[in-house]
Design a protein around this ligand. Structure first.
Ligand code: ASP
Length: 312
């Protein structure tokens, strides 16, 4: 396939939810935008050199996992036991290979563990202690509990600890951050998507959301698009949201924009599916859409100019 650097495209998100403009200070807004920009720069550096979309989305998501601002990796929320259980997945649109982990603890970058599952195991999704053992064998970076401790998230958890309430990280008053994700088109025309999360605050019973579920939170297919979702995971699983964007394009011939609109504004709302998604198609068109007040998001194309936004 011919290389065409003019079509490279990358988008990222840092979660969607009740992000109220009134509660955002200029300093906080700048911190979020800077973090999104950094992630875009990491991913763009890969694409600019002719690197693979898969490497670009992994690099971008790693950068988002490393900041405590978002509910993934370092900033993951607390579960009902006061611990962090993280989920992540990624998919290659070129060959439909995919890797995912669910309920992993102490792994610095769950997205990289998901990549190892894809590249170095015969499986797509591994979970819990098994995933931890796999992480050891793969020698991926581990961190102690302290690394994942964030006072803001701790207070957030304290408010609901001991109750049956679970909450979306970003739908709790002003305390909303969120799952992170990236989608990319590389110069060879390949698409990839990646998503990583700490899940929902106070989650119990090893609850797993949509983020590590291929087709629900993450999907990529070179024939159509790459998609990464954020929002109320249970609804996104029931809507098979990420795959549905692909299906609407593949089977109904919809444009990316139209397919995303149908999923985000018609299919998810009746299922209480608050949230949004980012998507890129094989021509490099990018769509970032959501059905709630805000979504941390950004994108960059071949010109290298980074765009970030939070509110509508
Ligand atoms: N979708 C994630 C989950 O349900 C949460 C989020 O997007 O913030 O685990």
């Amino acid at each position: 396939m011919n290389m065409d650097p003019s079509r490279i495209a990358l988008a990222v998100h840092g979660g969607a939810g009740t992000i109220e403009r009134a509660q955002m200070t200029p300093t906080r807004e700048k911190a979020y935008r800077d973090a999104l920009e950094l992630a875009l720069r990491h991913g763009h550096a890969v694409l600019e050199k002719g690197g693979a979309a898969l490497d670009a989305v992994e690099a971008a998501v790693r950068a988002l996992e490393d900041t405590p601002l978002f509910n993934a990796g370092r900033g993951s929320v607390f579960n009902a036991d006061g611990q962090h259980e993280m989920d992540a997945s990624l998919m290659s649109g070129a060959d439909l290979r995919a890797g995912a982990v669910a309920g992993v603890q102490n792994v610095k970058n769950p997205i990289t563990l998901a990549r190892r599952v894809m590249d170095h195991s015969n499986h797509v999704l591994i979970s819990g202690l098994g995933a931890f053992e796999f992480a050891h064998r793969q020698k991926v970076e581990l961190e102690d509990d302290q690394y994942f401790f964030d006072d803001f998230r701790y207070q957030q958890w304290k408010e609901v600890a001991g109750s049956d309430k679970v909450q979306l990280d970003h739908s709790d008053k002003e305390k909303k951050f969120g799952t992170v994700g990236a989608v990319a088109l590389d110069a060879s025309g390949h698409l990839a998507a990646a998503t990583s999360t700490g899940g929902m605050t106070n989650k119990k019973w090893q609850r797993v959301g949509d983020s590590p579920i291929i087709g629900a939170g993450t999907y990529a297919n070179d024939g159509t698009c790459a998609v990464s979702c954020t929002g109320h995971g249970e609804s996104f699983i029931r809507a098979v949201a990420a795959h549905d964007v692909h299906a609407l394009m593949a089977y109904k011939g919809l444009s990316l924009e139209e397919a995303v609109r149908v999923v985000v504004h018609e299919k998810l709302p009746p299922l209480d599916g608050d949230g949004g998604l980012i998507a890129v198609d094989r021509n490099g068109n990018i769509v970032l859409d959501f059905n709630c007040p805000g979504m941390y998001r950004g994108h960059v194309g071949a010109d290298g100019i980074v765009h970030t936004a939070i509110f509508r």
